[in-house]
Design a protein around this ligand. Structure first.
Ligand SMILES: [Zn+2]
Length: 260
């Protein structure tokens, strides 16, 4: 069928010749894709106000298998979250979320779970008080890792599977994606890099890995209970863990707000 419909988030747009636009989309049904929106930069086009960064849209695509870029024939705005554009911190945080999901998705390989989390995450990022955003990012990253099948093993040794190998500070293998008990560490069979995780940071990471959208997650985002030091430590660990497993650096990570 050449005509296909799907929900999408606009990741970016680029002007194209003759008043047209190329939109880089994350779609629910087809993964990441670039589409040509003919005439979309002309004020009389019905697409004129429908396509901008971080807009959530329902799109109609004219698909041909042998074409490098598909054609967007219609788009209806579902949500555009104007709050995201009222603060630079909020906008950069949402843009970082966008960069993260784009890095985790490839063209032609949809991940509906990741897509749904991104759409819900944009609403959360738009409505939460700004001081809560550093915590929200860590929670969002944990959910993205789960959707990508990359959740770290935080309750057992990644090598020998022994449960809860630490009472206090722990060794975490960035490469293997989990805790590493002292004896497996001494054996040296698990590849580096490794980092030390304080007991508080490990507890915070487990707490932040709760299912998003649940009453537990809402309470976590509403209250100010996790220690700042643990969140700062976790930020540093994720800034190593994510690029390692996504196999690319995240350009906007340096603009993320610091936990306060
Ligand atoms: Zn072990």
């Amino acid at each position: 069928m050449p005509i296909q419909k799907t929900a999408a988030v606009v990741l970016n747009t680029y002007p194209y010749s003759d008043g047209s636009l190329v939109a880089h989309l994350l779609t629910r049904r087809f993964g990441r894709m670039s589409v040509l929106a003919k005439g979309a930069r002309r004020p009389k086009s019905r697409l004129y106000t429908q396509l901008d960064r971080l807009y959530v849209v329902d799109v109609v695509l004219y698909m041909k298998p042998d074409r490098a870029m598909q054609t967007l024939s219609d788009a209806a705005l579902e949500a555009h979250h104007p709050e995201l554009r009222t603060s630079l911190v909020r906008f950069y945080t949402a843009q970082y979320a966008s960069e993260l999901v784009a890095a985790g998705t490839t063209e032609g390989h949809p991940n509906p779970k990741l897509f749904d989390r991104f759409v819900a995450g944009l609403s959360e990022c738009a409505r939460l008080p700004i001081p809560r955003l550093p915590l929200w990012v860590l929670h969002f990253e944990a959910a993205c890792l789960a959707a990508l099948g990359l959740s770290p093993a935080l309750d057992r040794c990644i090598a020998c599977k022994r449960p809860n190998p630490y009472r206090g500070a722990a060794t975490f293998s960035v490469a293997a994606g989990g805790l590493l008990c002292r004896s497996c560490q001494a054996e040296g069979s698990v590849p580096r890099p490794m980092v030390e995780l304080s007991a508080a940071a490990l507890r915070a990471w487990r707490t932040l890995s709760c299912s998003p959208g649940t009453p537990e997650a809402e309470a976590l985002l509403a209250e100010d209970e996790l220690p700042r030091g643990a969140l700062l430590e976790l930020r540093r660990v994720l800034d190593r863990f994510l690029p390692y497993h996504l196999e690319r650096g995240l350009r906007l990570a340096k603009y993320l707000p610091t936990p306060k």
